[in-house]
Design a protein around this ligand. Structure first.
Ligand code: ARG
Length: 474
């Protein structure tokens, strides 16, 4: 949707256009005033919320006898026409009318004339924009929850497939202990589950209605704020009119949730990048989700994963931008707050793309289970299992067992073998009581299978968590 800047020039235009607030003004805004003031290019995205708010307000005004039924009917049908025009692209978005609220009202005036001027009774753009924006952020949170649950479902399906396939678990990106690929994917199911619940929590807190706060002090008209709350799906009217028009904590809270979620996405994205590097060789993405290089024909680049990783910057940047705008603003509304929308729109657009791209990648990523299995057994990944065996079977204190195992690793390294290939005599020279039975715990399969603690990596545990999550998401 494009905007044009034809300023209202005729008296009629002036009466209905810029002079929506221009009664006491002798001059039209300077070009620079208009340039810094205009927001229609951004806030036209609020058109559906703005129409919903106006319809609810109009019905309430009529029911309360604040405006006549005939005027209300004219306004409602005018708003229908506005909606039709916006949908078919013929609505004239005009810079001269500053923002979405005045563009709609100005157009309404052109369409229905005098009754349009009654819609703004008992309302200010301050409570209007606070309402519109809350509705938009609420929808965005709902969409994000749906999207995250979609990603969780794909992760669950892949985790199910690979619940028993081994890979190395890392700490410090050094081989630590074997885990299963399914277990690894399920870690993200948990993270995205908490992310979704953060958006849901934010929604609950934000779901109060600012409409009726008017400019800042409330309204002298007998408005029914419970009625507009119910019409707009809010739980209740906000309890303080100053707060209603002047806080944007709901947007900040959503951006905080988005930032944390973007952080989780970026970690998974980073892992995909690492898994795909040929030195790891843990996974590949199909052609249609990778890109090539214009100079190096051998390349298969995980650009989508890299861009998911990078979106975190924009999203956190949005949080920083809005919290900086809000910091130190005196009550109630200040025009600074018009700068609330670009960061929120940008962050949710970025998050939307990132979750969608991640969902696509997880759906088709091809783990190289042989490479993962080989790596899971390498790097002395079962050293802890050896130490635990010494504790369990020979009753060594763990610290002593840790030391003996360290010496065994050192010896194996010197001989160029893995722990499971270290001759029994070598182990016995370090700790006399060791028997053949120890080898049973030194495979990565045994290591994983033994980790039966709740939430551990044993395939039964992983499958049990998958079942639980499937129920939660169904
Ligand atoms: N476009 C404005 C915004 O987004 C609407 C509210 C304007 N209010 C005012 N008192 N000038 O914040």
């Amino acid at each position: 949707m494009s905007t044009s800047s034809d300023a209202p020039t005729t008296p009629a235009d002036r009466a209905q256009g810029q002079t929506l607030w221009g009664g006491r003004f002798n001059a039209k805004p300077a070009a620079i005033m208009q340039a810094i003031n205009v927001s229609i290019g951004v806030d036209q995205r609020l058109w559906q919320q703005d129409l919903a708010g106006s319809r609810a307000h109009c019905r309430m005004l009529e029911k309360q006898g604040i405006i006549a039924a005939a005027d209300a009917a004219a306004i409602q049908s005018g708003l229908d026409t506005v909606e039709g025009e916006i949908r078919d692209g013929s609505f004239p978005f005009r810079d001269a009318y500053e923002d979405i609220h005045m563009n709609v009202e100005a157009r309404l005036a052109e369409l229905i004339g005098e009754p349009s001027g009654r819609l703004h009774t008992a309302r200010s753009r301050n409570d209007q924009v606070a309402t519109d924006f809350r509705l938009w952020v609420r929808d965005a949170c709902d969409r994000t929850v749906d999207q995250l649950q979609g990603l969780q479902r794909v992760l669950l399906a892949r985790a199910d497939q690979h619940a028993a396939d081994l890979m190395p678990g890392f700490t410090h990106l050094q081989t630590a202990q074997p885990v299963t690929f399914g277990h690894h994917l399920m870690a993200y199911v948990e993270m995205f589950g908490r992310d979704a619940s953060r958006f849901a929590d934010a929604r609950t807190r934000m779901n109060e209605n600012p409409l009726g706060a008017a400019a800042l002090a409330g309204s002298p008209f007998p408005v029914d704020r419970d009625m507009t709350s119910a019409e707009l799906g809010f739980d209740r009217p906000m309890g303080n009119s100053l707060d209603a028009v002047s806080d944007r904590d709901f947007a900040l809270e959503s951006l905080a949730a988005a930032t944390i979620c973007a952080g989780h996405l970026s970690r998974l994205a980073e892992e995909i990048v690492v898994w795909m590097t040929p030195m790891f060789g843990f996974a590949t993405l199909p052609d249609d989700l990778t890109t090539g290089s214009s100079i190096m024909p051998q390349k298969r680049n995980p650009d989508a994963a890299e861009l998911v990783r990078a979106k975190t910057g924009r999203i956190l940047g949005s949080f920083v931008a809005l919290s900086t705008v809000m910091k130190g603003l005196p009550l109630a509304y200040s025009k600074d707050m018009q700068e609330d929308k670009p960061p929120v729109f940008e962050a949710f657009d970025a998050l939307d793309l990132a979750v969608a791209a991640m969902t696509a990648m997880i759906g088709v990523i091809q783990p190289n289970t042989e490479n993962m299995r080989a790596a899971a057994g390498a790097g002395f990944s079962t050293a802890t299992d050896l130490a635990d065996w010494l504790v369990r079977e020979l009753n060594l204190p763990f610290r002593k067992a840790h030391h003996v195992t360290g010496a065994a690793v050192k010896r194996a390294e010197a001989l160029g073998v893995d722990l499971s290939q270290l001759p029994l005599a070598e182990l016995q020279s370090l700790e006399a009581g060791v028997t053949e039975a120890v080898y049973k715990v030194l495979t990565p399969e045994a290591s994983c299978a033994s980790r039966q603690s709740f939430g551990g990596t044993a395939p039964e545990q992983v499958r049990a968590r998958i079942v639980e999550w499937k129920t939660r998401l169904s």
